[in-house]
Design a protein around this ligand. Structure first.
Ligand code: FAD
Length: 399
């Protein structure tokens, strides 16, 4: 059976059913709780969260990125991006992941750790409320972390000592622990430095956190490391292989990231359609004006294209194909499309579009961040262009 509404990809029937089930859950259970929250709140009361999680648990929607042996309910990448798209329509589902109703678990990279690390750091995220940060970016620049990481880790006796600063790290000051990437070797002439991943707890000696206020409510943090003491057993993966450990996870995370942006933008467009259908003008309804219809048409086409890119990338991940360029395409087009669509939705609403009683202005701010986090647009353009140039022979005329 195929899906006949505006989600044009031919999804298997069970995924269509799942998607509709998530939509109902968001509409009937999550939205009423959201409606009671202050405009910029990033979470609800523990009781409400527990209530939502219990329902999500019953529906089999929790811990989809967690291996079964650690209490997970592992699902395909395609399933996870359907959840990401639908759940992003409400804050409690989507973009405050530490608080989300679906308990996605820790970033997958932790499941590549030692059995002791998985038990100590992975399981509490699954069973309890532990949450974590990932710190790569530094004040010297995040676009080229492989070369720019200057935070150093030096081994003395059986401990590592980290010195440096990390910048813009989401949720760091509130997390139970985090993964910090630090240089352990400068590498050979002409080669990038060797970087190692360390699991760090906030009460380790020598670590401080400073909140950075930004355009959205969920803050990133500066992390200052002054001889921060980390036990040797907290090295994640091999020494010098930090990016090797994290690479697949970093790349694959861009696909649900794009899906979440598409979900927000779809909701904004659907809201705008509802608005223009009931908004009169001097000579007819707003929906009958060409200027409005063109905004709706462009938004619908772009969202459909963005969604197909995301579905294809997820299908490739599920097929075990290398997905770096596909993930960059999704991240670039998904985030930029979503920004444009929400901007147009605000325009169709007029003054109401920027009123705080609507979610649009919050989405607008959130989506602005999405073009910078997880690699800014320019970096993804670079990845896509280099791949294209490498693999194109000049076509019929120049080949
Ligand atoms: C709210 C928020 C949350 C974040 N959360 C995290 C987190 O949890 N963990 C983490 O590690 N990082 C996080 N980041 C950091 C984010 O990944 C970086 O901001 C991003 O990688 C860009 O790095 P930068 O800010 O240092 O900009 P820069 O690297 O200084 O770049 C500045 C601008 O120049 C462009 N640019 C850079 N190099 C080139 C080039 N060669 N050619 C053309 N243009 C170029 C960039 O695209 C960008 O537009 C977060 C950022 C924000 C804003």
């Amino acid at each position: 059976m195929t899906d006949s509404n505006h989600y044009g990809f031919i999804l298997p029937e069970e995924l269509i059913l799942l998607r509709d089930q998530i939509r109902r859950f968001m509409r009937e259970e999550v939205k009423p709780i959201e409606d009671k929250l202050p405009h910029d709140a990033t979470g609800c009361s523990p009781e409400d969260l527990e209530h939502l999680r219990a329902i999500a648990e019953d529906m089999g929607l929790t811990r989809m990125a967690v291996p079964a042996e650690y209490g997970g309910n592992p699902a395909s990448a395609l399933t996870q991006i359907i959840l990401a798209e639908e759940s992003a329509k409400c804050r409690l589902g989507g973009y405050a992941p530490a608080l989300n109703a679906f308990k996605g678990g820790p970033p997958n990279v932790i499941w590549g750790g030692t059995p002791a690390q998985k038990e100590k750091y992975g399981v509490p995220c699954v069973e309890g409320d532990a949450n974590m940060f990932v710190a790569i970016t530094e004040p010297t620049g995040g676009s080229d972390p492989r070369n720019n990481i200057t935070t150093r880790a030096e081994k003395r006796g059986d401990k590592w000592y980290l010195n440096g600063r990390k910048m813009w790290i989401t949720g760091a000051g509130l997390a139970t622990y985090g993964i910090i990437f630090a240089r352990t070797n400068d590498g050979e002439e002409g080669h990038p430095p060797q970087v190692t991943a360390f699991i760090v707890e906030p009460d380790f000696p020598g670590i401080t956190f400073n909140e950075i206020k930004v355009i959205r409510a969920l803050s990133p943090w500066e992390i200052v490391l002054e001889d921060c003491e980390v036990p040797d057993e907290n090295v994640l993966g091999e020494v010098g292989q930090g990016f090797g450990v994290a690479q697949n996870w970093l790349v694959n995370a861009r696909v649900p990231y794009a899906a979440g942006c598409i979900g927000i933008a779809q909701e904004a467009l659907d809201m705008a359609c509802g608005w223009v259908k009931q908004r009169p003008t001097r000579d007819g309804m707003l929906m009958d004006k060409q200027a409005i219809q063109w905004m709706i048409a462009d938004s619908e086409v772009e969202l459909k294209a963005a969604r197909l890119l995301v579905y294809e990338a997820a299908a490739r991940i599920d097929a075990g194909e290398p997905g770096k360029v596909d993930a960059s395409i999704c991240k670039l087009y998904g985030t930029e499309t979503a920004g444009r669509v929400v901007d147009r939705a605000i325009q169709m609403f007029g003054g109401m579009g920027v009123a705080q009683e609507m979610p649009l202005e919050r989405w607008y701010r959130e989506l602005r961040v999405k073009r910078i986090g997880e690699g800014p647009s320019e970096v993804h353009r670079m990845v896509i262009a280099r791949d294209k140039l490498r693999n194109t022979d000049g076509g019929v005329y120049f080949g």
